[in-house]
Design a binder for this molecule. Structure first.
Ligand code: E4P
Length: 220
């Protein structure tokens, strides 16, 4: 399972990359707005830090505009994945950009039907938004299950399932149990994944007992 980080905070990405756990990054216009920085600069810096796919989202809504923005953003670095919305125009742009050898992440997916269309349009990634479905009283994880099951029937579908809108460690665990190819995780949730109170307690107990022995491990 691959881990992407869902943020446009370059410093946060820099420190997470050091863990060796980051396989890619996703951004969106909201995250870019939160960074307060110029879009292209942020994407270029992230692409330098992370060799895997870095999603940069178009803001045009017509096919021609999405293609122009997508081609422009794709020139920033070879690992840019162009994010297009799951609309008819977005999927037409997806097919063309994919044909040009550009990675495409189809975003704002809220149904299995939409995920089928994205796969048929040749998307590199489909991003079903789990948390936002939970927010409206649906079970977002059911959608991941449906899509993984459907894609499994069709080996010619090359689209990877990228579980998005992750809000908790439980989302990560359930997406992994189902077999999602990728989860894109906000930094806060990625930090939470490390945590267990019994780990902290166990470590502090071991260290206290070790101190009682009066020994040191001599490393030189
Ligand atoms: C995915 O690519 C999106 O950037 C993201 O996961 C959206 O998450 P949110 O619903 O928490 O805003």
């Amino acid at each position: 399972m691959k881990f992407f980080v869902d943020t446009a905070d370059v410093e946060e990405i820099r420190s997470l990359v050091e863990t060796g756990l980051v396989d890619g990054v996703t951004t969106n216009p909201t995250l870019i707005a939160q960074s307060g920085r110029r879009f292209e600069d942020v994407i270029a810096e992230i692409c330098n830090l992370v060799p895997g796919p870095v999603s940069a989202e178009v803001t045009a809504t017509d096919q021609e505009g999405m293609l122009a923005e997508g081609r422009y953003l794709a020139k920033i670095a070879p690992n840019v994945a162009i994010k297009v919305p799951l609309t008819p125009e977005g999927l037409m742009a997806c097919r063309i950009l994919t044909g040009e050898g550009t990675l495409v992440n189809v975003t704002l997916c809220f149904s299995a039907a939409q995920a089928i269309l994205a796969a048929k349009a040749g998307a590199s990634f489909i991003s079903p938004f789990i948390g936002r479905l939970d927010d409206v009283g649906e079970t977002g994880m059911d959608l991941i299950q449906e899509i993984v099951e459907i894609y499994d029937h069709y080996p010619d579908f090359r689209t990877e399932v990228l579980a998005a809108s992750i809000r908790s460690p439980l989302h990560v665990i359930e997406a992994a149990q189902i077999g999602a190819d990728i989860v894109t995780i906000p930094p806060k949730v990625l930090h939470q994944l490390f945590k267990h109170p019994l780990t902290d307690k166990g470590l502090s107990d071991f260290l206290a007992d070790w101190k009682k022995t009066g020994q040191r491990i001599s490393v030189v």
